[in-house]
Ligand binder design. Structure first.
Ligand SMILES: Nc1ncnc2c1ncn2[C@@H]1O[C@H](COP(=O)(O)OP(=O)(O)OP(=O)(O)O)[C@@H](O)[C@H]1O
Ligand code: SF4
Ligand SMILES: [Mg+2]
Length: 333
């Protein structure tokens, strides 16, 4: 571990190099996240997208130092604003969480304490991390409520979570996550539990806050509509790996990996007319302990060839290596 901080202007806000998460099971060790690398820039949104179980949440837990026992995290580097996070003590990671990285999860009802007024819940990290008095923390909480679009914020501070709608509770979670002005906001399926109109409002709010505060947003979703609306850059995950990453326009206009192509065909997008039939990708994702040899996508891939049977594809850099990465032999050949 090193405490050295690289502050040069070209340093990405979050840089993840070769991150893997492994669980020891009765059948041997199982990698649920495999050599994942990506970067999130200041003021930009990076979307991690993929089917259920592909390792999106586990990737985010690894960044936060929250992988459950007996999971093991390996990474060449995870750095935030140039500061290396791998190897930090639990106490130091605790400060990083909450102060430098804000978090929002899918179901705000389970993340909020049902018997504490929401104002006090938002004030708590301000008291703990920024050492504000309770009175000042509540004043700040009121400002945060106004910023995230909660009407009559002073009155709503005194609500208990059950007195609020799902959309308002998610706004409380966002206010809480933003309270200490984090450098990075990590949002894992933040709108899945909400209806479509509220979902759009929350996503627009997250994007605007990210832009106006120069904060990076790492948004995890299985919904390509959300990706299209929100992302600057996209990482597509399959069976624990990022199989393709590219700027959002490139990935929608010209997906290169067969899995990404399949996802695009199977997803309802704003440009798809209601009469067009949605195609599902044939087959299912293999469980992490039972990946085939060679390319993990091979059993579902209509472009598979001999090499895919035995050799796991390496990352291929397209367009001078600046914009796109594809983990598929077709791209490399
Ligand atoms: N405690 C655990 N022990 C062993 N394996 C686990 C554990 N928790 C999760 N996994 C496995 O890790 C893999 C990745 O799970 P993860 O929760 O990251 O998926 P996800 O992409 O977030 O899916 P979803 O879209 O359903 O939230 C899954 O195959 C899951 O079964
Ligand atoms: S490496 Fe082969 S099997 Fe894997 S996605 Fe590419 S073509 Fe398909
Ligand atoms: Mg998840």
């Amino acid at each position: 571990m090193s405490d050295a901080v690289d502050t040069s202007p070209t340093v990405p806000l979050l840089r993840v190099d070769n991150l893997s998460v492994c669980f020891e099971t009765e059948k041997g060790s199982v990698d649920v996240v495999r050599s994942v690398s990506f970067q999130v820039e200041k003021g930009q949104t990076f979307c991690l997208v993929g089917e259920s179980g592909c390792g999106k949440s586990m990737t985010s837990f690894a960044l936060l130092g929250l992988v459950p026992e007996p999971g093991k995290v390996k990474a060449d580097s995870i750095s935030l604003d140039g500061r290396e996070l791998t190897g930090l003590s639990e106490a130091a990671m605790n400060t990083v969480r909450g102060r430098q990285i804000g978090m929002i999860f899918q179901e705000p009802m389970t993340a909020l304490n049902p018997v504490i007024r929401v104002g006090d819940q938002v004030a708590e990290p301000l008291i703990q991390h920024l050492h504000l008095s309770r009175r000042d923390a509540l004043k700040k909480a009121e400002k945060l409520f106004a910023m995230v679009g909660i009407p009559a914020p002073e009155r709503r501070l005194r609500d208990f979570p059950h007195q609020m709608s799902g959309g308002m509770r998610q706004r409380v979670m966002i206010a809480m996550a933003l309270s200490c002005r984090p450098r990075l906001l990590l949002a894992d399926e933040p709108t899945t539990a909400l209806d479509v109109t509220i979902q759009g409002q929350i996503l627009a709010l997250l994007r605007e806050l990210s832009f106006s505060q120069g904060m990076g947003l790492l948004l995890i979703t299985h919904d390509l509509g959300v990706v299209a609306e929100t992302a600057d850059k996209v990482g597509v995950m399959y069976a624990g790996s990022i199989v393709e990453q590219a700027p959002v326009n490139a990935i929608f206009a010209n997906p290169l990996h067969p899995y990404t192509k399949g996802l695009m065909r199977s997803a309802p997008t704003p440009t798809l007319s209601p009469t067009q039939r949605l195609e599902a990708i044939p087959g299912t994702v293999p469980p992490p302990g039972a990946l085939p040899e060679g390319c993990p996508f091979r059993p579902r891939c209509n472009r598979a060839h001999d090499r895919c049977l035995t050799e796991p594809p390496l990352v291929h850099l397209e367009e001078n290596g600046l914009a796109r990465e594809v983990r598929c032999w077709l791209a490399a050949e």
